[in-house]
Design a binder for this molecule. Structure first.
Ligand code: HEC
Ligand code: HEC
Ligand code: HEC
Length: 477
């Protein structure tokens, strides 16, 4: 809990210019073991800065176990890899189970290069190829924060279940040599010239600590990201493969499936609150907002949004979305409805309306929403089966839940619904077949308490039922 308490404290204004490595002045040697004696003002200031860096880098999303009430940064978030499950480490300053004995140099090497003090390599699930860009000043503050601002937790995270020979770490070293940038190269790219200091800051936050590409960039055969920065060309942030069955869309300028139609204000609202008039954050992105971006300053969110808006579309042939009212008219007339239309009226229209416009920002629009039009339908099938909860943030305290329909609808019905919302209102995205739903039902990651209410039937009725008070207005058009 300590971390969330810290994080909810008023966020200080981060230095909004990118800090060059030479500008870092490690104030004093930091004792290797955490001491929780009251810190002097200089250390207190670094703790505050470091807490902000931890939010910008989203350390807590991975290093905290998913069960509610889990100790912050004490490890345990499971990552399902093809050859077993990897658990994130305990990175509290506990000397036995955490990183309390690590020197700052050892810490910095692990974050930027993926190398542990014993010389072995980390799995690149830990996004060190992005963190390689982080400045000395940011890592110094982060180290001071972890050592002095985080409660040590004497608890071993769950043991990995990676099968031999994949459990051997030396191939990871080869991987590192082939695919991870050296900190020097990464820094050179972070310090390339930008049209404004703001764009430089936005690029730093997105490409570096924000590690947006870890999800939003496609990966190659060896699971390496196919581009690490905007300099690497149009594959960067052009949409990634599903993680936990949630598909990260393109963050480039495609007019339908990317961010072409989103304004800078839409983007900052999305990163601050997870909700906009264009769509809401759900699945793994909801976690990224919940643990990370909601705590950033307005200046930093604006810098990120501005930088994202400079990325031209990877798919240059895509046409803008155009509203088409045929589906709304059919739903309102109520006669001769297709199976998908009927199911939509019965299960979805109360919140998302027959126009597909939703009651944004509480209930997101489905018409013209890039995630609904994504070529890959995974996220859509997943959210219909398991639902999702959009947590309250400091700036938008109410939580909204989309109920899961796994127990109410058959695979064929889910496919018909997904196809309907992907094609109605001008969306015109490819249909979804039953097989895709059957497959997803089998492989779906166990619902996480962050993303999916389906496992908890009580919570499941929270916004759907009449007893709870969050009533979507009835569809009046
Ligand atoms: C996308 C998930 C993810 C994010 C974000 C992430 N980590 Fe990690 N981290 C991991 C995983 C998984 C491991 C374990 C890797 C392994 O065992 O090879 C790890 C390992 C580490 C280790 C090595 C610990 C040890 O005992 O060997 C440190 C230190 C660390 N992370 C610190 C951080 C910090 C600080 C941040 C934020 C700047 C961060 N991590 C963000 C997933 C993540
Ligand atoms: C009780 C109100 C409610 C009902 C009923 C409902 N939804 Fe949702 N829906 C939501 C909320 C709230 C979200 C945002 C969830 C989040 O961000 O975690 C959402 C999100 C979505 C999204 C993702 C879009 C985005 O940008 O977040 C899709 C797709 C979706 N719903 C489809 C459906 C379909 C199809 C049905 C009917 C089977 C349905 N919903 C029924 C409330 C509802
Ligand atoms: C752990 C994986 C993950 C990380 C890290 C991540 N995202 Fe996402 N993101 C997703 C997924 C999955 C979606 C689709 C669900 C949704 O729309 O919320 C998404 C959706 C989005 C959307 C909405 C796009 C749309 O078309 O509706 C924006 C904007 C976005 N991400 C920005 C970012 C930025 C900026 C970062 C880095 C600070 C980031 N994301 C990091 C997984 C991730």
């Amino acid at each position: 809990m300590a971390l969330s308490v810290h994080l909810s404290a008023p966020v200080f204004a981060a230095d909004s210019s990118p800090v060059s490595p030479s500008a870092s002045t490690p104030a004093q040697p930091i004792p290797a073991t955490a001491t929780h004696a009251p810190a002097d003002p200089a250390t207190q200031d670094l703790i505050t800065k470091g807490r902000y860096v931890a939010a910008a880098a989203d350390c807590a999303a991975c290093h905290t176990a998913p069960a509610p009430g889990s100790a912050p940064l004490a490890g345990g978030y499971p990552f399902a890899l093809p050859f077993g499950t990897l658990y994130a480490s305990n990175i509290t300053p506990d000397p036995a189970y955490g990183i309390g004995k690590w020197t700052e140099a050892q810490f910095v090497r692990a974050i930027r290069e993926g190398v542990r003090p014993d010389g072995t390599s980390l799995y690149p699930v830990m996004p060190y190829p992005s963190y390689a860009r982080m400045t000395d000043a940011d890592l110094h503050a982060l180290y001071v924060y972890i050592m002095h601002g985080v409660q040590p937790v004497a608890q071993a995270p769950q043991a990995n279940t990676i099968r031999w020979p994949f459990s051997l770490r030396f191939p990871l070293t080869l991987w590192r040599w082939m695919f991870a940038p050296s900190p020097e190269a990464a820094r050179a790219s972070a310090e390339r010239s930008f049209a404004s200091p703001e764009l430089a800051r936005g690029a730093y936050l997105v490409e570096g600590p924000g590690h947006c590409g870890a999800c939003h960039t496609a990966r190659g055969m060896a699971m390496q990201e196919r581009a690490l920065t905007a300099q690497d060309g149009p594959r960067y942030l052009a949409g990634g493969a599903a993680v936990d069955d949630w598909t990260p869309p393109s963050l480039r300028g495609e007019p339908r499936t990317g961010l072409g139609a989103w304004s800078e204000a839409d983007l900052t609202a999305f990163l601050r609150t997870g909700r906009t008039t264009r769509g809401s954050a759900f699945g793994t992105m909801e976690m990224a907002v919940h643990h990370g971006t909601q705590y950033l300053t307005d200046d930093d969110l604006t810098a990120m949004a501005r930088y994202l808006k400079t990325l031209p579309p990877a798919d240059t042939k895509e046409q803008p979305w155009q509203a088409d009212s045929a589906a709304s008219r059919a739903l309102l007339s109520g006669s001769r409805l297709t199976q998908g239309q009927k199911l939509y009226l019965d299960n979805c229209a109360a919140c998302h309306r027959s126009t597909g416009a939703g009651y944004a920002p509480a209930f997101p629009p489905l018409a013209g929403n890039p995630v609904v039009m994504n070529r890959a339908p995974d996220s859509i099938i997943h959210i219909i089966l398991h639902g999702a909860t959009l947590h309250g943030t400091d700036a938008a305290p109410s939580a909204f839940t989309m109920p899961g329909f796994a127990s109410r609808l058959t695979d064929a019905q889910v496919a018909a619904l997904a196809t309907f919302i992907r094609q109605a209102w001008g969306n015109n995205a490819p249909a979804v077949n039953d097989m895709a739903v059957t497959r997803m039902r089998k492989t779906l990651a166990p619902p996480s308490p962050h993303g999916s209410p389906e496992e908890n039937p009580e919570k499941n009725t929270v916004t759907g039922g009449a007893e709870n008070g969050i009533h979507p207005p009835t569809d009046a058009e």
